[in-house]
Design a binder for this molecule. Structure first.
Ligand SMILES: [Zn+2]
Length: 183
């Protein structure tokens, strides 16, 4: 949308995000624009000069956070360690997914898609004793992050990492291989 009172010839008065080239004015270089073919999709992006090479397609990473209340004990810690005793955590699990921004929807993927993928994980873990879950006999946050990754991977090929917050100040982050061709 053109700014009110925008006078022809005044590039500095063009509204942010407008493609100045459509009005025949000099076009500034692009800094950090991911979608030059649809400049109006992103604030601050303008049409690149025609002689400039196409910038490489970039990705953006989104995340969705979930909470799991669960009990556990760690069987392999040194004798007397407090974590050997039965206790519980309010785990916060953050799922990260990367990909290009869809030119129509303007998003990487629907957050609801991540929630749907995560629903079976909640069913298996929330308000459960983790040590009794297959694969979580030694349920450290590190093991838990990899366990969750393995179960989400088929539904979320763009997944880049799983973060598990065991407490407000402690947690871990697991980065596994992507299956969507991204790096
Ligand atoms: Zn614990």
């Amino acid at each position: 949308m053109r700014a009110q009172g925008d006078a022809p010839g005044g590039l500095e008065r063009a509204a942010p995000g407008l493609a100045s080239g459509s009005r025949g004015f000099p076009q500034p270089l692009i800094v950090g624009c991911r979608r030059p073919e649809s400049p109006s999709d992103l604030p601050g992006c303008t049409t690149p000069p025609k002689h400039a090479p196409e910038p490489p397609m970039s990705e953006i990473e989104i995340f969705k956070e979930f909470r799991i209340e669960a009990a556990h004990r760690l069987p392999n810690v040194p004798p007397g360690h407090k974590c050997s005793r039965l206790h519980g955590h309010s785990f916060r699990v953050v799922v990260h997914v990367a990909g290009p921004i869809d030119s129509i929807t303007g998003w990487v993927c629907d957050f609801a898609q991540i929630s749907r993928a995560f629903a079976p994980v909640i069913d298996q873990l929330d308000h459960h004793y983790l040590n009794e879950v297959a694969g979580l006999e030694n349920p450290t946050s590190e093991v838990l992050a990899q366990w969750i990754w393995a179960r989400l991977r088929p539904a979320l090929p763009g997944m880049t990492r799983i973060t598990v917050h065991e407490t407000c100040t402690s947690g871990c982050e697991f980065r596994g291989p992507r299956t969507d061709g991204g790096s």
